[in-house]
Design a protein around this ligand. Structure first.
Ligand SMILES: O=C(O)C(O)[C@@H](O)[C@H](O)[C@H](O)COP(=O)(O)O
Length: 222
């Protein structure tokens, strides 16, 4: 069943998002062993990542993965890795062996995607998603054939959001994740939020277990 969305003040999105992720990571760690956290890019998750660095989580037991990556080098301003590195990995001093990066600098995009499949755990514990105004999530864009993928866990795709070439987890991976937080902010996404929550045939609506968390503007409350 699709969880009811959580609506918070814009300034509280980072804090509430971080509380949610920290709680679910700790719940996953309470089962023993390590926990996996997969990160998205875009503008909305940054404040959540920064807040997370102050949360009480045994970070040395967390492995970091990526939901998607743009085909740019890891020090490029458009790199999702760079965002996570600055907001999360550096402040937490995460050792490199706990960071599983999508290699956006590779020329052979197909090979880079299939290499990443080998790194992914069978099931991700916690996933952070965003959503675009067109209803995309991860780098799964409306109308793209990647949405039909049933076998491959990671694909190289071309999308309308620049930079166009991207690597993305596929729906089977996202749909099998234990906990998914979808972050949305701004009035520009209001219409799409409504359609996704109504279960229309849009990429973001396919991840049915996602807990969407948004500010009032995205929820159409102001
Ligand atoms: O790397 C990316 O582009 C993404 O992971 C993408 O799916 C993003 O989460 C949404 O486009 C929302 O992005 P904003 O938060 O910037 O609106």
């Amino acid at each position: 069943m699709r969880p009811a969305p959580i609506v918070v003040e814009k300034e509280a999105l980072g804090r509430e998002g971080a509380d949610w992720v920290a709680r679910e990571l700790n719940a996953a760690l309470a089962r023993g062993g390590r926990a996996s956290l997969a990160l998205s890019g875009g503008s909305t998750p940054g404040p959540v990542y920064r807040e997370l660095t102050t949360r009480d989580v045994p970070w040395e037991r967390v492995d970091f993965y990526f939901v998607d990556e743009r085909f740019v080098p890891p020090d490029h301003p458009e790199s999702n890795y760079l965002l996570a590195e600055e907001a999360l990995f550096k402040p937490l001093s995460v050792p490199p062996q706990h960071i599983f990066r999508m290699q956006g600098e590779r020329a052979d995009r197909e090979q880079a995607a299939s290499d990443y499949e080998k790194l992914l755990p069978p099931v991700l514990d916690v996933v952070v998603l965003g959503m675009g105004e067109d209803g995309h999530t991860a780098s799964l864009f409306p109308g793209n054939s990647a949405l039909q993928e049933k076998e491959r866990r990671v694909l190289a795709v071309v999308g309308p959001k620049p930079p166009p070439w991207r690597m993305t987890l596929t729906l089977p991976v996202l749909r099998s994740a234990r906990k998914v937080l979808g972050l949305v902010s701004g009035a520009g996404k209001r219409d799409m939020v409504r359609r996704v929550l109504a279960g229309e045939n849009l990429p973001a609506a396919q991840v049915e277990q996602a807990q969407w968390m948004m500010d009032r503007a995205a929820a159409g409350q102001q």
